[in-house]
Ligand binder design. Structure first.
Ligand code: FAD
Ligand code: SF4
Ligand code: SF4
Length: 397
């Protein structure tokens, strides 16, 4: 008989509605399972341990003196890519779904953790352990809300699966890495996306209603590199709203407290990260963190166009100006916002410099949030790389 692991012995103790991180909980799903047993060590909001987990996942933690690693984490290569034949309805060109489908159909893994939506609501997340290509494809496109992806951990254990792919955002992957050794797997692959400014389902509704002309028909949106939010509607039409015209006063409170205190924008612990913000408009940004991530990318390489990443402009002045503007919740009239968007797009940061712009803007905002709301945990909670990034700017008191 195999020995029981600690969370299996603790089954009877499982509290059903406890979230030890309290208001900072990002609803990653761990606490919906017996793995709550490990929460004190595993939760990204109770125990910040990115550097240690990087060392376990990638063989070393990031080199803080290497400028690209400081920002983008441990990596062996970055590139821009897009599918030659995009998947219709995917968030971008569908590289994430394609990698997952290939890994499953070619027998690399027996199941894939991903997130579909509920039948009633296209934006309400429903995590699943996908066992078929159709189930993976039904999980395409972002559910831009907090999603309890790890609530399938017990199902994985029951299924007897030994080779698994998990798709997820930074806070989910931090908790996953922390319990990886307890999952009883032979091989775990982790495919991550960057993530920032996430919201509850109610927060999303407020954002859509405050920002879009037709909130009920939005099927997909993204904060784009042209400094505009692009909403795609059911009839295929595109609505663009400049960042600088967003009603920041109304929207300031919609972001989840977890996401206002999150510093793992670039998903430091995934083997492979697929986003968009370090790539030219229309392309996806790929960060290969370790040899396992490279194998995953190689699997779909024949289906991709690729090009090297580039970097252009200087973000510093724009970030510094955005700090008090956010703090005071300034909203520009729409004509001025559009004009500012056009000017910034022409002369503003591009490629990796745009990604740094976005990281700097969010880290400075989040640092101020933690400093004001959780001053006792500031020192421990903010990772060293984020402290160095924030130090470049003058923050309001
Ligand atoms: P698809 O093939 O459409 O697959 C999307 C995958 O995402 C699916 O497998 C699904 O399981 C998973 N997924 C969907 N919603 C969630 C969720 N809530 N939690 C966990 N997994 C989910 N990239 C950037 O470069 N900069 C950003 O600021 C940024 N913010 C993001 C915010 C959120 C909330 C999310 C979910 C993603 C964000 N991304 C960001 C990633 C980017 O939007 C795309 O998801 C990524 O480039 C993959 O596109 P794709 O077409 O390959 O994905
Ligand atoms: Fe539990 Fe996850 Fe919430 Fe932390 S973030 S309290 S691990 S559900
Ligand atoms: Fe999790 Fe951070 Fe994304 Fe919020 S912003 S859902 S805390 S990874």
């Amino acid at each position: 008989m195999t020995a029981l692991r600690p969370h299996q012995k603790a089954k009877a103790l499982k509290p059903t509605s406890r979230r030890p991180a309290k208001e900072l909980c990002s609803e990653c799903g761990l606490c919906d399972t017996n793995y709550i047993h490990y929460v004190k060590d595993a939760c990204a909001f109770l125990h910040q341990q990115i550097a240690q987990l990087e060392a376990e996942a990638h063989g070393r933690s990031r080199n803080l003196d290497a400028p690209d690693e400081l920002y983008f984490g441990v990596h062996q290569q970055m590139l821009a890519a897009r599918k030659q034949q995009p998947i219709p309805g995917a968030q971008w060109t569908g590289i994430v779904s394609t990698i997952a489908c290939e890994m499953l159909t070619q027998g690399w893994v027996e199941g894939v953790v991903c997130v579909q939506n509920t039948p009633e609501d296209r934006f309400q997340p429903q995590p699943i352990l996908a066992r078929t290509r159709a189930e993976i494809l039904a999980a395409k496109v972002n559910k831009p809300t907090l999603s309890p992806n790890l609530n399938v951990l017990e199902e994985i254990e029951r299924s007897g699966i030994k080779r698994l792919l998990v798709i997820g955002v930074g806070c989910q992957i931090q908790a996953l890495r922390a319990v990886e050794a307890e999952l009883g797997l032979e091989k775990l692959y982790v495919l991550g996306t960057p993530c920032v400014d996430n919201v509850t389902r109610a927060g999303l509704q407020k954002f859509l209603e405050t920002t879009s002309k037709s909130p009920e028909t939005v099927v997909h949106y993204e904060f784009m590199q042209d400094f505009q939010v692009h909403f795609k509607h059911e009839d295929g039409s595109l609505e663009k709203v400049p960042f600088f015209g967003l009603n920041t006063k109304e929207l300031k409170d919609i972001f989840a407290p977890s996401c206002l205190s999150c510093f793992d924008y670039v998903n430091s612990l995934a083997d492979l990260v697929v986003g968009y913000m370090g790539a030219p408009f229309g392309w996806q940004w790929i960060v290969v963190r370790n040899p396992r991530g490279q194998e995953m990318l190689d699997l779909v390489e024949p289906q991709l166009d690729t090009q090297p990443v580039t970097s252009q402009g200087d973000r510093h002045a724009a970030v510094q100006q955005s700090i008090p503007a956010y703090d005071k919740s300034v909203t520009l009239p729409m004509w001025a916002a559009k004009l500012m968007g056009v000017v910034i797009e022409k002369i503003g940061p591009k490629g990796l410099e745009y990604a740094r712009f976005s990281i700097d803007s969010h880290f400075t905002r989040n640092y101020l949030y933690v400093q004001r709301h959780h001053p006792d945990t500031l020192e421990e909670h903010v990772p060293e790389f984020a402290k160095r990034i924030v130090k470049q700017y003058k923050l309001p008191q």
